[in-house]
Design a binder for this molecule. Structure first.
Ligand code: SAH
Ligand code: SF4
Ligand code: F3S
Length: 437
């Protein structure tokens, strides 16, 4: 049987797509390997969100050129395949085929073209998903991986934020029918999933036949066996009070909201075409805090967007210093060719982008550590991820707020249970240290 090496870069959307590709290949009888040199088919599912993400893919392509057997095939899938469709063959001639995120219905035909038989009975081997090297610590060992499951509810994005490549690589917005979403969640629960993450570039723009995102959450909340429900990502413009009300009504929804602000300055938000002012953003946050006290608000911030002045940057910094967020992913602006921001003037010098990034990160780290300190002495429940990567004498998991927690791996039986109840003893910037309660 042909064996497949599959490596995933980028966001959860790509992880979900890789699961889909792996499932298709498995249903045709393929097996999986972690060793590229022994694989018949090598697949990189790629990301193009920032230059660094692209460079990681091209450097991996360079390594694979030396590792792969001459007769094996190399497929580049995902956002970079779409973005660099015209130049990839020149930059990486070892690539045999490209499939963008909208092309996956052609995947089986491509495998067939590469000699994978299409008329075999269903495989007897278990579906083994190779890990995503791009999210170290995120992927769980096999015996825990099934506890978390990603379910796409929309595809594409048509917000066209001026810095972002995603609308060009993933195409226009499409919502998946609620019946299909519910059926998939029920299947995942039957296979042991304890936490379902609904995925979309902007889940708040979900709309299928009059069912909006709030309606979808309420409907999914009625699935009895669904223990933990969460979702990524919310665009602030489309987050309505009704969605916040639905979060408050559905007990399975985990106490966290990721609401990327990008900047604290109205001039920059306007140049980004984010469609909200900082006042409107903070209004929504105020309603969220009032309805859902104690939840974690997390965000994304871009530092050094073109035209960002020192005063704009200070507005973002002060937003962070005021403790608006429990956690933030902070990025330096990376120009993506073809997007409006790439040619806006003036561009902020790279060094200055990094200086601002460091200042915002340091301020947020302080806030994050304070947030974590609030858990000291409390008992929290964590969904287990498996033995800690850094220290195998400890177990690791995530709390409902999505905070990493580690604890000593004492009792083997307790270590196998999917949920751990822990008393928190220490707080760090990266997370919590506890002991079994
Ligand atoms: N759809 C999501 C996010 C997708 S990309 C949303 O709208 O929130 C994840 C994050 O990457 C973005 O929130 C943004 O902060 C960052 N990002 C996207 N394009 C970028 C660029 N060109 N340079 C730097 N950061 C970028
Ligand atoms: Fe990109 Fe904006 Fe769409 Fe998010 S909402 S994927 S940042 S265009
Ligand atoms: Fe990257 Fe595409 Fe996701 S560009 S972040 S893999 S949507």
């Amino acid at each position: 049987m042909p064996s497949i090496y599959l490596q995933t870069f980028g966001c959860q959307m790509n992880v979900a797509d890789s699961n889909g590709l792996a499932h298709q290949a498995w249903s045709m009888g393929c097996t999986f390997t972690d060793a590229p040199e022994s694989a018949d088919i090598l697949i990189l599912n790629t990301c193009a969100i920032r230059e660094k993400a692209e460079m990681r893919v091209y450097s991996r392509l360079g390594q694979l050129k030396a590792l792969k057997r001459p007769e094996s095939k190399l497929l580049v899938a995902g956002c970079l395949a779409e973005k660099d469709r015209a130049v990839m063959r020149r930059k990486a001639p070892q690539v045999d085929a490209l499939l963008g995120p909208r092309d996956y219905q052609q995947f089986k035909a491509l495998l067939a073209q590469w000699g994978v038989p299409t008329d075999l009975p269903p495989p007897q081997t278990p579906l083994h998903m190779p890990s995503s090297e791009d999210a170290p610590g995120e992927d769980a060992p096999l015996e825990y991986a099934h506890l978390r499951s990603l379910v796409s509810i929309t595809r594409g994005c048509e917000k066209f934020c001026t810095y972002c490549i995603v609308p060009y690589t993933r195409g226009p917005l499409e919502s998946i029918p609620p019946d299909d979403i519910e059926a998939q969640i029920r299947r995942e629960i039957r296979c042991g999933a304890k936490e379902i993450t609904l995925l979309g570039q902007n889940v708040n723009s979900y709309n299928f036949g009059g069912v909006d995102f709030a309606g979808l959450l309420r409907r999914l909340g009625r699935i009895d066996a669904l223990e933990r429900l969460t979702f990524l990502t919310s665009h602030p413009h489309d987050l309505t009070r009704d969605v916040v009300d639905a979060l408050a009504e559905v007990p399975a929804i985990q106490p966290r909201l990721h609401l990327p602000v990008q900047s604290g300055s109205n001039d920059v938000l306007k140049a980004m075409a984010r469609l909200y002012t900082i006042e409107e953003y903070l209004d929504k946050v105020a309603y969220f805090r009032e309805r859902l006290p104690g939840w974690a608000l997390t965000t994304d911030i871009i530092c050094g967007f073109p035209t960002e002045t020192e005063a704009d940057f200070q507005a973002t910094l002060s937003l962070v210093e005021r403790g608006t967020f429990e956690y933030a992913f902070v990025f330096a602006f990376s120009p993506r060719s073809g997007t409006p921001a790439a040619t806006m003037t003036p561009q902020v010098p790279q060094e200055e982008r990094l200086r601002r990034l460091q200042a915002v990160s340091a301020a947020q780290n302080e806030q994050t550590r304070r947030f974590h300190e609030r858990f000291i002495g409390e008992t929290v429940s964590a969904l287990v991820s498996g033995p800690s990567k850094k220290d195998p004498t400890r177990m690791a998991g995530k709390t409902g707020h999505n905070v990493t927690v580690v604890w000593p791996r004492t009792d083997a039986a307790a270590a196998r249970s999917p949920v751990a109840n822990l008393v928190i003893e220490q707080a760090q910037t990266w997370g919590l240290v506890g002991r079994v309660a």
